[in-house]
Design a protein around this ligand. Structure first.
Ligand code: UDP
Length: 332
C-alpha cells in the first residue's frame, strides 16, 4: 500500500513509518516540521515539508504519489496549552484536518487511519476503559479529537471515507535500535522527564498529586509502546477495504502503572536515582486511565509486544543514551 503519513516526522508518526517499511508498504511523509524532526525520517522515504491544511498541495501529493491510505498524526497535543489557546487547537486539529479530508475527496482517496486519544473519554465512571463508554472530554485537546471522530462517522455514512480510529493511552518508548525516539519541545511526558531527572539534565521530577484514590496515591496510566501502537495501524488495513466503515479501538496494554512505579522502573533500568518531589495535582488529570484492549486483540489479531514497563523504558533509555539532545535539529 502507498500510505501518506501526515505528521510522519513526529514521535508516533515516525515510528509508524518504520513499521510500514518493515511490513513492505510504501510510506510517504508529509510534515510541516513545526514540531516534527526531519532527522526522524530516513533518507529513503519521500518527504514533503507542507501544511496538512494546504488543500491544493495535499491533493497534488495524494494524486502524484498514488496514495491508497492516509494516516494522520499531525495534531497539537499539549493538554494545558489547549485550555489556554483552544482556537489554536480547533484550527489545527479540526480545521486543518477538514482540509485534509477535502484534499482526499478531491484526489479520490477514501481510506483513513486516525490518531485519537483516551482523553476523549474524560473521567471514566468505570475501568478498564472499553470503547463504547460515553465520550465526554474534559479539555479542548480531547474535544478536538472527538470532533474529528464525529466527522469521520459522518464521512463513513456518506460513503466518502472509511476510517479506523485508534484511541491511544500513553504512547511510550522508542525504536528497539535506539535510532528514533521521543523528542518534544516542550517535553511534558513522564518517562522522558524522569530520565532527564535521573541524568541530571533537569531538576527533580515533580510528582503531580500524591493523594489520588489509587493504591499509592499517584495517578494510574497505561503506558503502551510506540511500536505496538504502530503495528495496530497496519493490522487494520484489511478492514478499510469495506465501504462505509467506521471502527474504533483502544490501544493500551491493559495494565495500570502508577507514577511512583514509573519512577522505580526508571531507576531500575538506568541504574540511577530519580530525584523527585511531591507537587500539587496537575489540572485536568483523571486519577486512573487504562484500557480494555480486547477489541483490538480479537478483531485485529494484535498483541502488544512490550507488556513489561521496564522493557518499554529500556527502549526510551537506549534512545536517550544515543541521542542525549534528541534529534538536535537546527530549530532546537
Ligand atoms: N506526571 C507527573 N510529573 C510530570 C509529568 C507527568 O507526575 O512531570 C504524571 C501526570 O500527572 C500523569 C502521568 O504522570 O498522571 C502521565 O503524564 P503524561 O503527561 O506523561 O501523560 P498523560 O497521561 O497526561 O497523557
Amino acid at each position: 500500500m502507498n500510505v501518506l503519513v501526515v505528521g510522519g516526522a513526529g514521535y508516533i508518526g515516525s515510528h509508524c513509518v518504520r513499521q510500514l517499511q518493515a511490513a513492505g508498504h510504501h510510506p510517504v511523509v508529509l510534515d510541516n516540521l513545526v514540531y516534527g524532526h526531519r532527522a526522524a525520517v530516513a533518507d529513503d522515504v519521500t518527504f514533503y515539508q507542507e501544511d496538512l491544511g494546504n488543500r491544493p498541495a495535499v491533493t497534488k501529493i495524494l494524486t502524484e504519489e498514488k496514495i491508497d491510505i492516509v494516516m494522520h498524526f499531525a495534531a497539537f497535543i499539549n493538554v494545558g496549552e489547549s485550555v489556554h489557546a483552544p482556537l489554536k487547537y480547533y484550527a489545527n486539529n479540526v480545521g486543518n484536518t477538514i482540509q485534509l479530508f477535502l484534499a482526499m475527496t478531491d484526489a479520490g482517496v477514501n481510506k483513513f487511519v486516525f490518531s485519537s486519544t483516551c482523553a476523549t473519554y474524560g473521567v471514566p465512571d468505570t475501568l478498564p476503559l472499553v470503547e463504547d463508554l460515553p465520550q465526554s472530554p474534559i479539555n479542548p485537546y480531547g474535544s478536538t479529537k472527538l470532533h474529528v471522530e464525529h466527522i469521520l462517522q459522518d464521512l463513513a455514512r456518506s460513503g466518502a471515507i472509511s476510517s479506523a480510529v485508534f484511541r491511544y493511552f500513553n504512547a511510550s518508548g522508542a525504536a528497539d535500535d535506539g535510532s528514533i525516539g521521543e523528542d518534544h519541545t516542550p517535553e511534558t511526558h513522564l518517562i522522558p522527564l524522569a530520565i532527564d531527572a535521573a541524568t541530571g539534565k533537569r531538576g527533580a521530577l515533580k510528582i503531580f498529586g500524591v493523594n489520588y484514590p489509587t493504591p499509592d496515591g499517584t495517578c494510574l496510566r497505561d503506558y503502551i509502546h510506540v511500536d505496538d501502537i504502530s503495528r495496530a495501524h497496519i493490522a487494520v488495513f484489511d478492514q478499510l477495504e469495506e465501504p462505509n466503515k467506521f471502527i474504533h479501538y483502544n490501544l493500551g496494554t491493559g495494565k495500570p502503572t502508577s507514577v511512583r512505579e514509573i519512577l522505580d522502573a526508571v531507576e531500575k533500568v538506568t541504574g540511577l536515582p530519580v530525584p523527585a518531589e511531591e507537587a500539587p495535582r496537575r489540572a485536568g488529570d483523571p486519577p486512573s486511565l487504562y484500557a480494555d484492549n480486547t477489541k483490538a486483540r480479537t478483531e485485529l489479531g494484535w498483541e502488544p509486544q512490550h507488556m513489561d514497563i521496564e522493557s518499554t523504558i529500556a527502549t526510551a533509555w537506549k534512545w536517550h543514551q544515543s541521542h542525549p539532545d534528541g534529534f538536535a535539529d537546527p530549530k532546537d
